[in-house]
Design a binder for this molecule. Structure first.
Ligand SMILES: [Zn+2]
Length: 182
């Protein structure tokens, strides 16, 4: 059982209820409103309404607000697996799904063990390192290409050809344009 989301939901509900009460009380301003809401002149014509059915309106509003908030939170936090009511806070497929440990493909229906956490963390780091390495490679490739293109522009065709043929040692800053691979 995950307690943190449940505590969060409880706190949010309390906050929503507080705001609802505050809004309802803040609206009680001005004499007309005070009479019509039964705040002053208590035995006035609205007394029966406000002490009867009207006294429940606030509760309806609060209950409605809380119900909506709870519904939204349940929709947000519950596992995306159809019919699953567990809290799903494990992202899968790059965050497309929030799944509970039971339905997350990495955990194979079990709570993540220490070994699994260690293994997945290591795999994640390795993947990132690979990706960074690939990115660096691509960047290097593009840099070389643009350097070669710069070398070729405004110079003789042989120099450009020498640069394009993978002569990465060619200094892009040299202006003699010999393009000698040596
Ligand atoms: Zn689930």
């Amino acid at each position: 059982m995950k307690w943190r989301p449940i505590i969060t939901v409880g706190l949010i509900c309390a906050a929503v209820a507080g705001v609802a009460i505050w809004v309802i009380h803040a609206r009680v301003a001005g004499h007309w409103l005070q009479v019509h809401t039964g705040t002053v002149n208590e035995p006035g014509p609205y007394y029966g309404f406000w002490s009867g059915f009207g006294s429940d309106l606030t509760e309806f509003a609060i209950i409605g607000t809380i119900a909506t908030a709870v519904y939204q939170l349940v929709k947000k936090y519950n596992c995306h697996y159809p019919g699953c009511w567990r809290v799903g806070n494990h992202p899968a497929a790059g965050g497309q799904f929030s799944l509970c440990y039971h339905h997350h493909p990495d955990y194979q229906g079990k709570k993540p063990t220490f070994e699994l956490i260690q293994r997945l963390h290591k795999e994640h780091l390795e993947r990132q390192a690979t990706m960074l390495g690939k990115l660096h490679e691509v960047h290097q490739h593009l840099t070389d290409k643009s350097a070669a293109a710069n070398d070729g522009s405004g110079l003789g065709a042989p120099a450009a050809q020498a640069a394009r043929s993978g002569n990465t040692q060619a200094d892009p800053g040299t202006l003699d344009g010999t393009g000698d691979p040596a």
